[in-house]
Each structure stands twice: as C-alpha cells, then as structure tokens.
Design a protein around this ligand. Sequence first.
Ligand SMILES: C[S@@+](CC[C@H](N)C(=O)[O-])C[C@H]1O[C@@H](n2cnc3c(N)ncnc32)[C@H](O)[C@@H]1O
Length: 213
Amino acid sequence: MAYNPKDFYFKQAKERHFAARSVFKLEEIDTRFKIFRPGQNVVDLGCAPGSWSQYASQKIGQKGFCIGIDLARVSLVIPNCVFVQGDAFKEETISDLLREKQIEQLDVVLSDMAPKTTGIRIQDQRRSFELCKLALGVARRSLRPGGTFIVKFFQSEFFDEYMKEVKGAFDKVELLRPKSTRKASYEIYIIGLRMKSNIKETPLNRPVTSETT
Ligand SMILES: C[S@@+](CC[C@H](N)C(=O)[O-])C[C@H]1O[C@@H](n2cnc3c(N)ncnc32)[C@H](O)[C@@H]1O
C-alpha cells in the first residue's frame, strides 16, 4: 500500500488531541506491558512534537513528573511536564534538570529518538545505534532498580550487540513492533523491564567531579 501521511493513526491522533501518531506506539506498549503508574518520574528523550510526553503525563497524573528533551522546540504546555530544547548527548541537559526538580531516580526512561537520515544506510544505522546507546546510558545512570526502559531501535547489524547490553541491565527484555509502525520502517521497540539492582554507575544527577571521572 502507498505511503499515506494522513492515515488512520494520524486522524486518530488529531481526534484525541495528540501531537503525533507515534503516541499509538507507546499506547500499545503500555497496554501490553503496563508501564505507567500514578506518581512516576519519567524522562522522554527525543520528545518532539510531544505525543509520548502527553500520554505519559496523563498516566502518571499530577503527582508524577515528565521531562522531555529534544533538539527541536516543543510548544505544548502540560502542568506536570517540562520540555527542554537541547541535545541529549550533552549530559548536563538531563542531569541539571534532575537536580533542579530534585528527582533522585527515575521510574521510566523513554527514547523515541531518531537521527536525521542521510540516505547512506550504514551511516544512518550507526547514528541510530549511537542514540540507543546514549539512551541506555541514561537509563543505567538514572533509573531506580525495578525501573523501565523503552527505546526505538532501527534494525541493523548492531542489534545483537545492543540487545546483549540491554539484557545485562534488565531482568526481562521484550520486543514489540507496534501495529501503527509504517510498513516500510525498520524500527522495533526494545522494552527493558525491571532494571537490575546491581548496576553500579555514577548517578546522572550527581555533579561530575574528579572522583567520579
Ligand atoms: C520520531 S521523533 C519523536 C516523536 C515523539 N516520541 C512524539 O511522540 O512526539 C524523534 C525525535 O528525536 C529527536 N532527536 C534526535 N537526536 C536527538 C538528540 N541528540 N537529542 C535530542 N533529541 C534528538 C529528533 O529531533 C526528533 O524530534
């Protein structure tokens, strides 16, 4: 079937006032794995235009908090969310916010980050892999034991290597290709359930000092 930018999911997103059709990927993951609970703290990496943060904010309620980060500006205003325009590769972007919001540990780390594609397949795959590694690093350094990690991965030769790393950090790892994923896409979502308690890394919200480097 031909690519249709205004497909069923696009129309559904409009009807339900979500910023993007990608919300249905997160909704499907949540329905299947019961990710969100009221009061949770969430980081949403690559959040623009904001539909995952919108969904998470509804699920975590007023006592929860969601921090969304993207290279692009997000114009939504949501009481239990803050959106930061910045590069997730810059550690301070996330760590400063965690300190400012006095968040010790996160319950959920989401990453729907996608690189700007160049059309050179191996280059795009490598860039996506780097974004996924970055997201896993954020998860390992900021999630509480038992916390959840969801990351979009563009399938490539790096898949086995990445899965090994995720499996090392979580008790259970699941894969899901959502129904709303476009047919031509190589994306798959990796869901790390129950972060292991023996991950010893410098917490992201601790300032980097000579002792921690
Ligand atoms: C598919 S979109 C995310 C859609 C979002 N989940 C939603 O539901 O609205 C991928 C996003 O990743 C962002 N991104 C890519 N590299 C990034 C980086 N280094 N730091 C922050 N965001 C990045 C892009 O700017 C883009 O907005």
